[in-house]
Design a protein around this ligand. Structure first.
Ligand code: ADP
Ligand code: MG
Length: 549
């Protein structure tokens, strides 16, 4: 070709290409994420330059166009972005000295030291930028015209040591990336396959993305990045639509939280508390699936942006404080995510607190997700008390749901603890003989029937300075509290019976003793004050755990 010059790649490019090309793997589809992201970046940069130079303004209908051509085995990704000059092609695609690749050296070392079978997923996580194209192509041609210049240039390479540069034709500024698709990568010539990838990885790129299917340009992305718009520009319908799209729900969100954090850490969050329980049970995975975006680009939904006990919350967090090609290792180590997590968690808690003030509004939320939220009392040392405050319970004396604060406000003179009874279902609890002594004294008992209820009371020592105690845990000290109804019979002398009971039951019980807890029934099974609660003992037996003592 006239004017064609051959150049060697920089040394690091050679290293990277070698790894990329030889890692045949399942995550190849990320090449499209990389190329579409570059196209969108280039369009953003052109828009930015046009702010001060209107001659560079983007054409109407500017977009990213994906064009698979099965017969020619070509896949072309085109944009109306800023384009590259000859020098920029050589510098940007011939060496690695780029923006988003600060940690490149370390990443490369890690890649090279990894076992071959581990490399694929590592590469997928690192993001390899433009060179990812060589995972599915055995030749890549980039035709580009820099905005403000009249000449276009073609960069071309087989990804092996060198590339060529030659003058080319392009009517308008922008870039075409032409991939000569490898014979084992046919799937990437299928419009439907490409569409799926775009939806998964680039749905929220704000530039329109189209895919040529049957000769037509078909829109492939929603393209709104709704969370980036000011609240005042968003209608309730739009929020609902986005929520439904995001979580595959068809109801309305119970709560919508949309805010922008500015300061030491910058991010935008749009979160939803669902109005119903999702089809996929919230028990199926314990990790939060809130999506992490960096500059609108979807990065992962496995960044655990909220603690497990808030895993029912859905939505997006979008930050500028991370590089686009952030790796999984980096995600685990970076203080940025820890700060975002903290801020987001606190915000959700305060939203729940404010909504909890209206019992009627709060009740459906509690029915849907209360059992999940209570896990926080058990496992989240930092937020335990707050979660306890947000929790609601059934009780032996009240209709509807009560909070611990309500309970404390109703405690009887002389009552020192908050009492609860755990069991498998509410009706059985409500009729339990364990309650008799409490009922006779008008003392409220929380009736707990969720699985997690067997666990959390152990961890929450006190609430509002009142100890929390199971009614089955030894002798609740009820004698200081007067009966509201006098029992019909005088207590008989049952002391003499105790040794006979102990004899009959032997090792099945630790001791037999007289209790204030019963009024109508003769005998009740109690747990010792120091050991696990009765329901806890049952669970431990069921799961084959040994009991202490
Ligand atoms: P990164 O995007 O992290 O900088 P890439 O390997 O994806 O790394 O791209 C390298 C560089 O090539 C980009 O920074 C950009 O300058 C340039 N580039 C890639 N694709 C395009 C494009 N479609 N239009 C303009 N410039 C591009
Ligand atoms: Mg890139």
């Amino acid at each position: 070709q006239p004017g064609e010059e051959r150049h060697e790649f920089g040394a690091e490019v050679g290293r990277l290409l070698d790894l990329v090309v030889h890692a045949l793997y399942s995550e190849r589809e990320i090449f499209l994420r990389e190329l579409v992201a570059n196209a969108a970046d280039a369009s953003d940069r052109r828009r930015f330059e046009a702010l001060t130079d209107s001659a560079k303004a983007l054409p109407d209908g500017a977009k990213v166009r994906i064009h698979p051509d099965k017969d020619a085995r070509l896949l072309t990704i085109s944009d109306d972005g800023i384009g590259m000059s000859r020098e920029e092609l050589a510098r940007n695609l011939g060496t690695i000295a780029r923006s988003g690749t600060r940690a490149f050296g370390q990443d490369m070392a890690k890649l090279e030291n990894a076992k071959p079978e581990e490399r694929p997923s590592l590469i997928g996580q690192f993001g390899v930028g433009f060179y990812a194209a060589f995972m599915i192509a055995d030749r890549v041609e980039v035709t580009s015209r820099r905005v403000g210049e009249d000449k276009a240039w073609r960069w071309s390479s087989e990804g092996q040591g060198s590339y060529t540069l030659a003058p080319a034709e392009r009517d308008l500024p922008g870039t075409d990336i032409v991939l000569h698709v490898k014979t084992d990568a046919d799937e990437f010539l299928e419009p439907y396959r490409l569409e799926t990838i775009v939806r998964k990885w680039a749905d929220h790129i704000t530039w329109p993305i189209t895919i040529v299917r049957d000769g037509n340009d078909v829109a492939a992305n929603e393209g709104t990045a709704l969370w980036r718009k000011p609240k005042s520009d968003i209608t309730e319908e739009q929020y609902t639509e986005f929520y439904q799209h995001l979580g595959h729900m068809f109801d309305k969100p119970w709560a919508t939280l949309h805010w922008r954090a500015e300061g030491t850490i910058e991010f935008t969050a749009l979160l939803f508390v669902p109005g119903m329980r999702p089809f996929e049970p919230v028990e199926s995975t314990r990790e939060s699936r809130v999506r992490l975006h960096v500059r609108r680009m979807f990065i992962t939904d496995e960044a655990a942006l909220l603690p497990p006990w808030l895993r029912f919350v859905q939505g997006v967090v979008d930050t500028e404080d991370l590089p686009l090609n952030v790796s999984r290792e980096m995600l685990q180590a970076t203080p940025v995510l820890a700060r975002i997590r903290k801020a987001v968690t606190n915000r959700v808690i305060s939203e729940l607190r404010s909504k909890s003030k209206d019992a009627e509004t709060y009740a459906p939320f509690w029915e849907n997700f209360g059992a999940v939220l209570k896990e926080g009392i058990w496992e989240d040392h930092e937020h335990r008390t707050e979660v306890a405050g947000l929790s609601r319970f059934r009780s032996s004396t009240e209709q509807g749901l009560v909070s611990l604060a309500d309970y404390v406000g109703r405690m009887k003179p002389g009552q020192e603890a908050i009492y609860y009874l755990v069991g498998d279902n509410h009706d059985a609890l409500a009729g339990s003989p364990q309650l008799e002594g409490f009922q006779a004294r008008g003392i409220e008992v929380l009736l707990l029937s969720d699985q997690v209820d067997a666990f959390w009371p152990e961890r929450l020592d006190r609430f509002d300075d009142k100890p929390i105690r199971s009614v089955t845990q030894g002798l609740a000290d009820l004698s200081a509290i007067p009966l509201t109804d006098e029992p019909a019979d005088e207590a008989a002398d049952v002391e003499a019976l105790l040794p006979a009971i102990k004899d009959a039951l032997g090792d099945a019980i630790a001791e037999a003793r007289i209790t204030d807890r019963l009024v109508g029934s003769a005998v009740v099974l109690a747990a010792s004050q120091s050991g696990p609660d009765l329901q806890m003992q049952r669970l431990m037996r069921r799961t084959g755990q040994r009991m202490p003592g």
